[in-house]
Design a binder for this molecule. Structure first.
Ligand code: BV8
Length: 237
């Protein structure tokens, strides 16, 4: 029996129960700056210390012992075990909780906290410590600076071609813990719907403002996601 092709898009809500703030929790503020003002190339040019500090703080928080994957991350890793390459897991999150739960194929369309990128070569490498303008890359002679390996507002998200193909060819699109405020990720549900793909939204809040979802399940991801995934696996996805 051929398995269904499933695309999952996760947002900050899937990591909320792991202790990582969502963007809406702090109503989009960090150190009294709007995230949209800190997470931009312009901010990195004009106030690099602030931007390095923003990402260093989040990278350190991610490595605190009480920040662990939750049942939602674990259920998605089970789904990958079941579906293999028939699952495309896209995340807007820059944390590594999907990987730490066991997911092996994760498309981080907005980059990753736990790596750094050379500003000159674009080469990225794993990075767990804090870094700043004085931290030298190891790929250039003379060395250049490192930047957070993050897609900022105004920058092009990653894996877009692969994501668009997966969304338009899926049988099922599931959006988990995302407010649908940031594009192009926010447009994936409409693209799926218009491609005849069944769309489901799993979110703490009721049907917020998403006309393109066929089904909504309300509740914390740590409860709603395992329930939904186990049903999906039982019906042989
Ligand atoms: C692009 C990395 C072109 C950073 C992020 C004007 C000027 C300039 C740009 C624009 C503009 N107008 C529009 C744009 C485009 C812009 C945009 O959308 N801006 C918004 C503010 C209007 N987008 C871009 O610039 C993107 N690039 O457009 O390039 C392009 C386009 C197409 C193709 C090629 C090129 C780049 C956007 C990427 C920005 N980087 N992240 C960092 O992390 O520091 S975005 C960042 O914010 C996150 O990654 C995430 O994507 C977003 C926050 O969204 P969510 O994840 O949904 O989180 P949020 O807090 O909003 O919601 C949480 C949800 O969880 C809620 O629904 C809540 O109910 C729920 N929840 C809470 N707890 C739980 C829960 N659910 C379940 N269980 C729980 N326990």
């Amino acid at each position: 029996m051929n398995q269904r092709k499933v695309v999952v898009l996760t947002g900050a809500g899937v990591s909320a129960e792991s202790g990582l703030k969502t963007f809406r929790d702090s109503n989009g503020l960090w150190e009294q700056h709007r995230v949209e003002e800190v997470a931009t190339p312009e901010a990195f040019q004009t106030n690099p210390e602030l931007v390095y500090r923003f990402y260093n703080a989040r990278r350190q928080q991610l490595q605190e012992p009480d920040v662990q994957p939750n049942a939602a991350h674990q259920a998605l890793a089970r789904l990958e075990q079941h579906l293999g390459s028939n699952l495309t897991l896209v995340t807007q999150n820059v944390d590594d909780l999907h990987e730490r739960a066991g997911s092996q194929q994760v498309l981080h369309m907005h980059g990753q906290l736990m790596s750094a990128r050379c500003v000159a070569s674009g080469i990225r490498r794993p990075f767990t410590r804090s870094f700043d303008a004085t931290t030298a890359c190891t790929c250039c002679q003379p060395a250049n600076q490192l930047r957070p390996d993050i897609v900022w507002f105004g920058e092009t998200p990653m894996f877009m071609d692969k994501i668009i193909v997966a969304v338009t060819q899926a049988d099922l699109f599931i959006a988990i813990g995302t407010s649908g405020q940031v594009y192009p990720a926010a447009g994936f549900a409409q693209l799926a719907h218009e491609s005849g793909v069944r769309t489901v939204e799993l979110n703490l809040e009721p049907d917020i403002h998403h006309p393109y979802f066929d089904e909504h399940r309300q509740g914390p991801a740590g409860q709603v996601v395992p329930q939904f995934i186990d049903e999906l696996i039982q019906t042989n996805a």
